[in-house]
Ligand binder design. Sequence first.
Ligand code: URA
Length: 229
Amino acid sequence: MDALARAEALTAYAAETADCARCPLSETRTRVVFGAGDPDADLMIVGEAPGFQEDQGGTPFAGQAGEVLGRLLAGIGLQRDDVYVANVLKCRPPQNRDPLEFEIASCEPHLFRQVELVRPGVVVTLGNFATKLLSGRPSGITQVHGHEQEVALGATTVVLFPLYDPAAALYTPSMLQALEDDFSRLPALLGRASPPLSVPARAVEIEVTAPPVEDEAVAVGETIQLGLF
Ligand code: URA
């Protein structure tokens, strides 16, 4: 699927998800906060769940944590529109309590579909819930922040880069410093991970003008196909 078709599929999926009732959070939310940003982004950022402001406005990371995220992105020359931002849960838990296991299980097909359609090279997970879900491992964010790992998410292999949640870092200067330090490594990771590892092979045709020495499989003048990744 090319980028335009994936973007259209993402828009259609967002519309389908707008009246999701897979778990009881549908009864307390104001709206589904699906995700926002570049549908063909190299970098996807995954947080925990919408809070009050996100639930009201429909955009992830709209409040104070979003301001921190915006500053961190600006520090590496990116804007919000250059990345795709989503959450593990698409609906706000009452009083911003932690997501429950069955809520995460109900909601995860939405996130996996988003990853599949955006096809980022790097996925930054913010905090414990996003990190544990997408890494498939129980290690907490304190141990794994700033340590990239390659993971297969459905058909897409991405570089997963766990970071502290800016919402938690707001009140803990040492955490904010660690978040800034980790974030500064992102440009190098993006350079390494791009293009996405799951991009299907494309073939180009070339005319053979001089076959490799002793290669009898091709002849001069013949047209052969080479795979491009
Ligand atoms: N924190 C999150 O994890 N997600 C949001 O959308 C806002 C704050």
